[in-house]
Design a protein around this ligand. Structure first.
Ligand code: ATP
Length: 567
């Protein structure tokens, strides 16, 4: 299949192959444009290094790799070089800097390895925050010019460097790093070991970053160092879709980069994804004049709002189902989107955050398995089991992830068997949490720990009973049964907006709280506004905004002025 480009896209691909900043509207085919430009640059740099295409999610990387593969099939041999790399931004810095060179600044005797903070061996690494010791893994790092700020807690309170730096160094010596600390160590490698930076810039003469609105200050600092050392940088992104404020990524770099004198700045303004009615609402919300490439053959609207009662979720989902049928969209393709994890879990019919500690991990494992997310079910089960084993087995999770010998492989099989089996292994999430589920869990997990002791020599932690205590479990199933059994009425995929970023969805129901509706209507100056905008612009054929019934009256004039139609 030949992949075609529009004039606008082809113009960007054909630009002289220097650094570039592309500000692109939603659905404008950034993937296609970036992949074609990558192929064009590849020819220029043939034999002189690697051209990297970086993004921020594994889904984006898979999509780019597939499209690039399709494009290569139609290319002359010269374009088929293997010297193109497609990766996530974090994957790129981990593979090229942290794993091979991190030990030079971390002073560890092994290649650095990622931890998520729950590994028991981390318990002995703490930092004083002025009133109490906190896990070192909770330290966040903010790039502050040539220095770093060390932050802690939800409010990101600043920690004095003379408390934080020694704690970070002490954990670094083990080789362990968190996602946040990884960027700190990467920047230290590039600043303190100039030969690494020089080699990297020679190896990557041109780096293209997609979703460039998501570049935060630490990634920006890495890219600026590479530019100084000789790499060229091209950015492509949409400032209206920056939804990673929590990572301090606010699209500032993309905006500022296009103003630099030596950078060619271009725009993509045609939306190929959504029906004109949806594009028109998006335009009104952000004051843009993007155009829709698709045409409609009917007068039927494609962007709606409807009231919902928080206590009547099923009624709202039924209304969405009717709208899907009326729009001719397969109901199985409808997707429910929410702003937060809690709201998403509620709309999925899950009992959110059940249990405490080990029991919570195992409850999440059971829910994940029932939702057929087996990998997460396995990972949560491993985490739970780690909490039931003696601290000396602290690195077991890492060994299990990459089993080096037959014993580890057998152990992994044993845990997988437990995860998969609701009858004698991990109890079904449809059982009542505080009675049937908990009592079955306690008996079976205790049995499993005994087996792990007998067969694999693993020692149980002390106080197993306490660790498996019945705390914060509701007198209801962990997972509402209709979600699993409604074969005739397929349940909708339900997700946070963040998880569907970059995707095209046939139909979207965006379940908003009052503040989310307000933010959506106010445009994209706030993060909540941008999240609403991302939800809206995922929709191809149908968008429905669910507004709390108590707030409908106040918003109705503005909703209609934006072009949304009452369902
Ligand atoms: N020239 C084109 N002709 C027809 N369809 C196109 C063209 N370019 C892109 N598309 C289609 O438009 C849709 C949106 O493309 P893509 O997902 O790359 O958009 P995007 O710019 O990344 O959007 P967003 O930033 O909103 O995620 C895809 O289905 C893609 O195949």
């Amino acid at each position: 299949m030949t992949v075609l480009l529009s004039d606008e896209q082809a113009g960007i691909v054909a630009l002289p192959l220097g650094p570039l900043a592309v500000s692109a509207c939603a659905g404008s085919g950034k993937t296609r444009t970036a992949v074609h430009r990558l192929a064009a640059m590849r020819r220029l740099y043939e034999g002189r290094g690697i051209v990297a295409l970086l993004s921020f999610s594994n889904v984006a990387v898979d999509t780019f790799s597939k499209e690039y593969g399709t494009l290569l099939r139609d290319m002359p041999v010269i374009g088929r070089s293997a010297t193109v790399e497609i990766d996530t931004m974090d994957g790129f810095i981990t593979t090229n800097i942290l794993r091979p060179h991190g030990h030079r600044v971390m002073k560890c005797p092994r290649a650095p390895f990622l931890v998520d903070g729950t590994e028991p061996f981390l318990n002995s690494f703490t930092v004083w925050d002025g009133s109490r010791p906190r896990p070192t893994t909770e330290i966040d790092f903010a790039c502050d010019g040539a220095n770093f700020k060390f932050l802690i807690g939800k409010n990101k309170a600043e920690l004095p460097a003379n408390w934080a730096a020694p704690a970070v160094a002490s954990l670094g010596k083990t080789g362990a790093y968190t996602h946040n600390a990884g960027r700190y160590w990467v920047l230290r490698v590039l600043r303190e070991k100039p030969f690494v930076l020089r080699a990297l810039a020679r190896r990557y003469p041109h780096i293209l970053v997609d979703e460039a609105q998501d570049i935060g200050p630490e990634h920006q600092a890495v890219l600026e160092l590479l530019i100084e050392a000789g790499s060229q940088l091209s950015l492509i992104g949409d400032p209206h879709q920056g939804i990673f404020d929590f990572a301090r990524a606010k699209g500032a770099f993309l905006k500022a980069y296009s103003d630099r004198a030596d950078i060619a700045a271009r725009s993509l303004t045609v939306n190929y994804r959504s029906l004109p009615g949806i594009v028109s609402v998006a335009n009104r919300l952000i004051g843009a004049r993007d155009t829709a490439a698709r045409v409609t053959t009917t007068e039927r609207p494609s962007a709606f709002y409807m009231p919902y009662k928080a206590a009547s979720r099923d009624a709202a989902l039924d209304s969405f189902r009717s709208l899907l049928v009326a729009a001719g969209v397969d109901p199985a393709k409808g997707v429910v989107l929410c702003r937060s994890n809690d709201l998403t879990a509620e709309w999925r019919g899950e009992m959110y955050a059940q249990g405490v500690g080990v029991v919570r991990c195992l409850a999440e494992a059971a829910i994940s398995r029932e939702r057929r997310d087996f990998l997460r079910a396995y990972q949560q089960t491993c985490l739970g089991l780690m909490g039931l084993l003696a601290p000396k087995h602290g690195s077991l999770a890492i060994d299990l992830a990459r089993p080096a010998d037959e014993t580890m492989r057998l152990l992994r099989q044993r845990i997988w068997a437990f995860v998969r089996d609701p009858v004698s292994g991990l109890p079904a999430a449809t059982l009542v949490a505080d009675t049937g589920w908990h009592s079955a869990l306690k008996a079976r997990v205790t049995g499993l720990i005994a087996v792990l002791g007998a067969e694999f020599g693993l020692q149980a932690a002390e106080n197993l009973g306490q660790r498996l205590a019945k705390k914060q479990l509701a007198n209801a199933p962990l997972l509402a049964a209709p979600i699993l059994t409604a074969a005739a009425e397929p349940s909708f995929r339900t997700s946070t907006v963040h998880r569907v970023k970059g995707e095209s969805l046939d139909a979207v129901l965006y379940v908003a709280k009052k503040s989310h509706v307000r933010a959506l209507l106010d445009g994209t100056d706030t993060e909540d506004g941008r999240i609403g905008y991302v939800a809206l612009t995922r929709a191809k054929d149908l968008f429905v905004l669910a507004v709390p019934d108590t707030a409908l009256h106040a918003f109705e004039p503005e909703l209609q002025a934006s072009g949304l139609v009452r369902a």
